[in-house]
Design a protein around this ligand. Structure first.
Ligand code: NAD
Length: 484
C-alpha cells in the first residue's frame, strides 16, 4: 500500500477514542497500514504530541480488540501520531496544517497521499471541505480522500446542499461516506451468502420468499445525546441510513461479476424501485413510537420525555416500524418490514428471511403445522447465520422446527471501523454509501419526516423493555405475518 498521511479532524472526540484509534492500532498489528504512515490528529485545544500520544495509549488500553501483551507495540504505534491544533473555522490554521504535513512528508518520505477523516460535528463538514481545498491541502501529486461520518444532512434538501459543497472539493470517488453498519462483517457477508450458495441464490426472489424482516433494537435510551437525538429521532438516526442500507444489501441482485461498481449500482436499483410513500399514506405503513417508563434487565427506567434535555411535550420518535415494497421483478409482492427502537427488551440486529410455506396445510396432523423455513442473519452482537427447517422428533413423531446454526464471534472478528478504514486506505469504496444511495434514501424518507413533523399519525407510547408498541405487530398481522 502506498505511503499516506491520515489527517483526523476531531482527534480528541469520543468516536476517535472509542473506535478510530483502536481500529488503526489493530490494522497496525495486522500489518495492514502502509509502510510509511503518519496520523495527524487535529483538534481545537492546545495539546503537545506527548499528551496526545498518552491519550491514544489510554484509548487503546481500554478499547482495543486485540489484547496487547506486549506494550511495546503501543509505544511503536503512538510514535506514528502527531497533534496539530486547528480551529476548523479559521482558514489560516489550515495553511499551518499544510506546512506541517509537507514537512512530515519530506522527513518521512511519504508521498503526497492524503486522507482527511472528518469526525466532527456535521455542521462543520462543508466548511472543512472548502477550507481543505482553499488552503491547498488537497492540491497533491498523490491521492486525496475524504472520509465522513454521519449524519449526512438532516433531510433531502440539506443533504443535497452538503453534497454540492463537498463536490466542489472532492470527486464522488474520493468521498467515503461511512455507514458503520456496512462495516459489520455479517453485512459484508451478505453478498457472499447470496452469491456463493446456489441454493440461496435460487430461492432469493418473490417465488420463494414470503417476507423479509430487518430489526435493529437497542436497550439503551437516549443517554447524553438528547441535544442531537431529540431533533433526529429513530427515523433519521437509524432508518434513513443504517436500516435502508441493510435493506439494499439484502435485496440487491448481484450480477455474476462482483465489483464495487456492480454492488453500488445494484443497491441504487433497489432504492429506485422502492415504492414511494405519499405523506397521507404514511399512517398505513409506518408506526411511530416513543418509550415510556418500564424495566430493563430488572431495573426501573424513566420514559423518554423525562430524560435530561428532553421536553415533557416532545413528540420525538424513539421507535419506527415500517412496511416497504420493492417494485421490481425479484421482489414484487414481498413486504420488507423494518423495525428499530431504543429501550427495547433486547439488543440485536438481525435480518430474517421468511420463506413461503406451501406445505403448511398439507402437513396438518394433530394440530401440527409445518413452521415456515427461516433464514436468520445475525448481524450483532453475535454474528452468524441460522436456518430453521422442519424435522420429525424421533421420540414423539411430531414435526418440530430445528435450527441449523453457524455463528462466529469473539475477538478475532475485526470491528466495522477496522474493515472500513482499511478499505478506504486502499481505495476500495464498496462498503461506503454512494451519494445516489444517500439521496434516494432521503427522498424515500422525506414524506415520513413531514408526516411526523405535521403530527398526522399517532405517536404510540411503549413500555421500556418491550419490543415496541402493539401497532408494530398489527403492521405484520394484517398481512398474515408476525415478527420473528
Ligand atoms: P465529540 O463532540 O466527542 O468530538 C468532536 C471533536 O470535534 C472534538 O475533537 C473537538 O475538539 C472537535 N471540535 C469541535 N469544534 C471544533 C473546532 N471549532 N475546531 C476544531 N475542532 C473542533 O463528537 P464525536 O462523538 O466524536 O462525533 C464525531 C462525529 O462522528 C459526529 O459527526 C458524529 O455525528 C459522528 N458519529 C459519532 C458516533 C459516536 O458514537 N460518538 C457514532 C456515529 C457517528
Amino acid at each position: 500500500m502506498d505511503s499516506m498521511t491520515f489527517v483526523l479532524f476531531g482527534a480528541t472526540g469520543d468516536l476517535a477514542k472509542r473506535k478510530i484509534y483502536p481500529a488503526l492500532f489493530n490494522l497496525y498489528l495486522d500489518n495492514k497500514l502502509p509502510d510509511s504512515f503518519l496520523i495527524i490528529g487535529v483538534g481545537r485545544g492546545e495539546l503537545s504530541d506527548d499528551d496526545f500520544q498518552i491519550r491514544i495509549k489510554e484509548s487503546l488500553l481500554t478499547f482495543s480488540r486485540h489484547v496487547v501483551d506486549e506494550k511495546h507495540h503501543i509505544e511503536e504505534f503512538i510514535k506514528l501520531c502527531r497533534y496539530n491544533r486547528l480551529d476548523v473555522t479559521n482558514g489560516e490554521d489550515y495553511k499551518n496544517l499544510l506546512d506541517v504535513i509537507q514537512q512530515n512528508e519530506k522527513d518521512r518520505e511519504i508521498k503526497e497521499n492524503r486522507m482527511f477523516y472528518l469526525s466532527v460535528a456535521p455542521e462543520f463538514f462543508d466548511m472543512i471541505a472548502s477550507n481543505i481545498k482553499e488552503s491547498g491541502l488537497s492540491s497533491t501529486n498523490g491521492c486525496k480522500r475524504l472520509m465522513i461520518e454521519k449524519p449526512f444532512g438532516h433531510d433531502l434538501k440539506s443533504s443535497q446542499h452538503l453534497n454540492e459543497k463537498l463536490s466542489n472539493a472532492f470527486e464522488e470517488d474520493e468521498i467515503y461516506r461511512i455507514d458503520h453498519y456496512l462495516g459489520k462483517p455479517m453485512v459484508q457477508n451478505l453478498e457472499a451468502l447470496g452469491f456463493a450458495n446456489p441454493i440461496l441464490q435460487a430461492l432469493w426472489n418473490n417465488q420463494h420468499i414470503a417476507n423479509v424482516q430487518i430489526t435493529a433494537s437497542e436497550t439503551v435510551g437516549v443517554e447524553a445525546r438528547a441535544g442531537y437525538y431529540d431533533k433526529a429521532g429513530a427515523i433519521r438516526d437509524m432508518v434513513q441510513n443504517h436500516m435502508l442500507q441493510l435493506l439494499m444489501m439484502t435485496a440487491m441482485h448481484l450480477p455474476t461479476q462482483i465489483s464495487t461498481t456492480d454492488i453500488r449500482s445494484e443497491k441504487i436499483k433497489v432504492m429506485e424501485s422502492l415504492r414511494p410513500l405519499k405523506k397521507e399514506e404514511v399512517v398505513d405503513h409506518v408506526v411511530r413510537g416513543q418509550y415510556g417508563p418500564g424495566e430493563i434487565q430488572g431495573s426501573g427506567v424513566i420514559g423518554y420525555n423525562k430524560e435530561p434535555g428532553v421536553a415533557t411535550s416532545s413528540k420525538n420518535d424513539t421507535f419506527v416500524a415500517t412496511r416497504v415494497w420493492i417494485d421490481n421483478d425479484f421482489w414484487q409482492g414481498v413486504p420488507f418490514y423494518i423495525r428499530t427502537g431504543k429501550r427495547m427488551n433486547e439488543k440485536f440486529t438481525k435480518i430474517v428471511i421468511e420463506f413461503k410455506n406451501p406445505l403448511k396445510d398439507l402437513y396438518r396432523n394433530d394440530n401440527q403445522n409445518a413452521a415456515p423455513n427461516l433464514l436468520v442473519i445475525n448481524v450483532s452482537p453475535y454474528e452468524g447465520v441460522s436456518m430453521q427447517l422442519n424435522s420429525k422428533n424421533p421420540q414423539n413423531g411430531n414435526l418440530e422446527p430445528i435450527v441449523v446454526d453457524f455463528s462466529s464471534s469473539g475477538k478475532d472478528v475485526p470491528e466495522a471501523y477496522e474493515l472500513l478504514i482499511f478499505d478506504a486506505l486502499r481505495g476500495d469504496s464498496t462498503f461506503f454509501a454512494h451519494w445516489k444511495e444517500v439521496e434516494l434514501s432521503w427522498q424515500w424518507v422525506q414524506p415520513i419526516l413531514e408526516a411526523f413533523e405535521e403530527d398526522i399519525l399517532p405517536l404510540h407510547l411503549y413500555p421500556s423493555g418491550s419490543m415496541g408498541p402493539d401497532p408494530s405487530n398489527q403492521l405484520l398481522k394484517v398481512d398474515g405475518f408476525k415478527w420473528w
